[in-house]
Write a protein that binds this ligand. Structure first.
Ligand SMILES: NC(=O)C1=CN([C@@H]2O[C@H](COP(=O)(O)OP(=O)(O)OC[C@H]3O[C@@H](n4cnc5c(N)ncnc54)[C@H](OP(=O)(O)O)[C@@H]3O)[C@@H](O)[C@H]2O)C=CC1
Ligand SMILES: C[C@H]1O[C@H](OP(=O)(O)OP(=O)(O)OC[C@H]2O[C@@H](n3cnc4c(=O)[nH]c(N)nc43)[C@H](O)[C@@H]2O)[C@@H](O)[C@@H](O)C1=O
Length: 358
């Protein structure tokens, strides 16, 4: 990849896409192409074809997807499978038609069986049933990685699929229902503390920046308390989801971007499997830290970082999801990449980012 190569980053305003864009810029890549969702709907096959016809990217990073946390995945099941399959079909299909030199596909570690041996190696793919809450999303991601693998095997293309663990960082989604656990916890604990201290200035700033239902900071105290209460946020008491016992692994989004650019620069499809094997499969690469934490421990860390001393309860009517989801990141580590930011540091950085964007 030359510094002048034309690189299309699909999803360049998202959590990971924005970090990949910034990482490429910081390394001196000058010819980046991005389109917002409003400018180019990747569900629209005709529009995607016209975009590729006019821009002719040489490299493609597919970081656009329909993404959300456990409840969003479990509720909007059709959206998660249909939209992701369609985006992949359009972007990978046009990349092939236009002879793209290399494509990076972003999947997820939820592709692995619910009861996979831990830590999960790449070759446990398709060895057992998936976790129910995100099965439709996981099926789309498995299709995406198999599409990359199959184009490579049949047509000699160079598409590499990476499977990140749970990610968090600047530009994260802080929606109280549809987001992932870490941004949700940061916000819920922040608001619980604001209510506990009677800090209405910060509460109002938070709701102005990110309205909940239709309530903004202009709402009355009663309206604000009622809407936050629906999401388990009360003065000095917040309710998180599930039992608190599930274990998760978290990777800072800028580390994920660094891994993505490392793969674009240094790892080809041929590096992802043994040469000459009779059956070539499981060529995707895990991206993770190999370190896990329980959701309860995570909530204690977030409370410590935010200086919250109120109660944290767990609402077991909400799903736990997969009990454990720890990656074995050794395959990518052997190809020269490892993470830099640990969870403690990352939570501090994300909370700072959150406060600074209010
Ligand atoms: N966040 C996480 O914890 C994890 C993410 N991943 C994967 O990493 C990748 C990036 O995810 P992440 O950055 O978190 O997600 P985000 O939701 O932050 O970003 C996704 C981007 O894709 C865009 N997009 C979605 N649908 C369309 C569409 N139809 N047309 C055009 N653009 C669209 C979104 O735009 P808009 O918001 O305007 O719709 C957004 O900018 C995804 O493949 C995801 O599956 C994998 C594991 C964990
Ligand atoms: C990245 C990954 O993300 C999704 O899987 P997940 O890891 O289960 O997602 P999550 O971050 O939403 O939850 C992690 C854990 O945390 C608990 N939890 C507590 N309290 C809150 C809470 O307030 N919000 C959320 N979201 N979870 C909470 C929650 O009950 C669960 O036990 C996939 O669907 C799929 O999208 C995917 O690939």
């Amino acid at each position: 990849m030359d510094k002048e190569s034309k690189i299309y980053v699909a999803g360049h305003r998202g959590l990971v896409g924005a970090a990949i864009w910034n990482n490429l810029k910081s390394k001196g890549y000058t010819n980046l192409v991005g389109r917002t969702h409003a400018e180019l709907d990747l569900l629209d096959g005709v529009a995607v074809r016209e975009f590729f016809d006019s821009e002719r990217p040489e490299y493609v990073v597919l970081a656009a997807a329909h993404v959300g946390g456990i409840v969003a995945n479990n509720t909007y099941r059709a959206d998660f499978i249909y939209r992701n399959l369609q985006i992949q079909q359009n972007v990978i299909g046009e990349s092939f038609r236009h002879g793209v030199k290399k494509l990076l596909f972003l999947g997820s570690t939820c592709i692995y069986p619910r009861e996979a041996p831990q830590p999960m190696r790449e070759d446990c793919l398709l060895t057992g049933p998936l976790e129910y809450t995100n099965e439709p999303y996981a099926m789309a991601k498995i299709a995406g990685l198999k599409m990359c693998e199959s184009f490579n095997l049949q047509h000699g293309t160079n598409y590499v699929a990476v499977m990140p663990t749970n990610l968090y960082g600047p530009n994260d989604n802080f929606h109280l229902e549809n987001s992932h656990v870490l941004p949700a916890m940061i916000r819920k604990i922040f608001l619980g503390k604001c209510l506990m201290e009677g800090n209405w200035t910060l509460t109002r700033q938070d709701l102005n920046r990110r309205p909940v239902e239709s309530v903004t900071g202009e709402g009355t105290r009663e309206e604000i308390e009622a809407v936050l209460g629906k999401y388990g946020i009360h003065a000095g008491r917040i309710e998180l989801w599930g039992s608190g016992r599930p274990l998760r692994e978290f990777l800072w989004s800028e580390d994920m971007a660094d891994a993505s650019v490392h793969v674009l620069e240094h790892v080809d499809f041929k590096d992802t499997h043994e040469a000459g094997a009779k059956e070539i499969r499981n060529c995707h690469l895990n991206v993770g830290t190999g370190v896990e934490v329980s959701i309860k421990e995570l909530s204690e860390l977030v409370a410590l970082v935010e200086g919250y001393e109120g109660k944290i309860l767990f609402d077991t009517s909400k799903p736990d999801g997969t009990p454990r989801k720890l990656t074995d990141p050794s395959k990518l580590q052997a190809l020269g990449w490892r993470h830099k930011v640990n969870l403690d540091e990352g939570v501090r950085r994300l909370f700072e980012w959150y406060k600074n964007t209010l």
